[in-house]
Design a protein. Structure first.
Length: 230
């Protein structure tokens, strides 16, 4: 139903592993994902999501000659698809996407978010895993050259309570253990976090730093970057 003031239209509403998840549309093609009544992300501006992938790749390039091997990346969270589209447009070898919500996958497979992920789920380099990210990382498995995580609103502002464990010492240990030596962890956040930078250092990461992305209003989005020791 369209609000009288031209407000959002509910496109789809489903129950998922973490509760209710809703896809809304504003205007002709701006979409929003709402989790349990809280705004998560929209399609209005994908600069920070693209930077998440670009910064991880650039950080790997600074790490030395990789020879002919193409780097692998795990994307934590499919979201509205900007990060996946960026990764599929780049020189990555294997691209693994871990998304907990089947509804989000459906919106990209056959729904209106497909245009924002640019059909990248059909790329033969892309492997989709429908699972909780931290549970996936804690299982034995292959190591990645980069982890690009866009989960919830960042380390200091989680909509889903259990997501906070990803940024805990044990969660950061799981991230570090699934990186190759010299591999890069890149974490998107809706706001800077000095406490999270300190947590990364305490977890044994090196070269910890933060990139800021200005937004129209409020504090900037950021990407936190850190390396596993070589």
């Amino acid at each position: 139903m369209i609000a009288g003031d031209g407000g959002p239209v509910v496109v789809d509403r489903r129950n998922g592993p973490a509760g209710e998840i809703v896809l809304r549309r504003r205007g002709e093609r701006r979409y929003e994902i709402i989790a349990n009544g809280c705004f998560l992300m929209d399609t209005s501006d994908g600069r920070s999501e693209r930077l998440l992938v670009d910064a991880a790749l650039q950080a790997l390039d600074r790490g030395g000659d990789r020879g002919e091997d193409k780097p692998s990346v795990l994307l934590g969270g499919l979201g509205v698809g900007f990060s996946l589209a960026r990764a599929a447009a780049g020189p990555w070898g294997r691209i693994e996407v871990v998304e907990r919500e089947p509804a989000v996958v459906a919106w990209h497979r056959e729904g209106p978010l497909r245009e924002f992920s640019a059909g990248a789920l059909d790329d033969p380099r892309v492997f989709l895993v429908v699972d909780d990210l931290l549970a996936h990382l804690r299982r034995p498995g292959k190591a990645y050259d980069a982890l690009c995580l866009d989960i919830d609103n960042g380390p200091d502002w989680t909509v889903t309570e259990n997501n906070g464990s990803l940024y805990s010492p044990s969660g950061l240990d799981a991230c570090r253990n699934r990186l190759t030596p010299g591999g890069v962890l890149a974490v998107w956040s809706a706001q800077p976090s000095a406490a999270f930078e300190a947590a990364l250092r305490s977890a044994g990461f090196e070269r910890v730093h933060t990139l800021e992305i200005p937004v129209l209003r409020g504090v900037p989005d950021v990407v936190h970057l850190a390396h596993r020791a070589s």
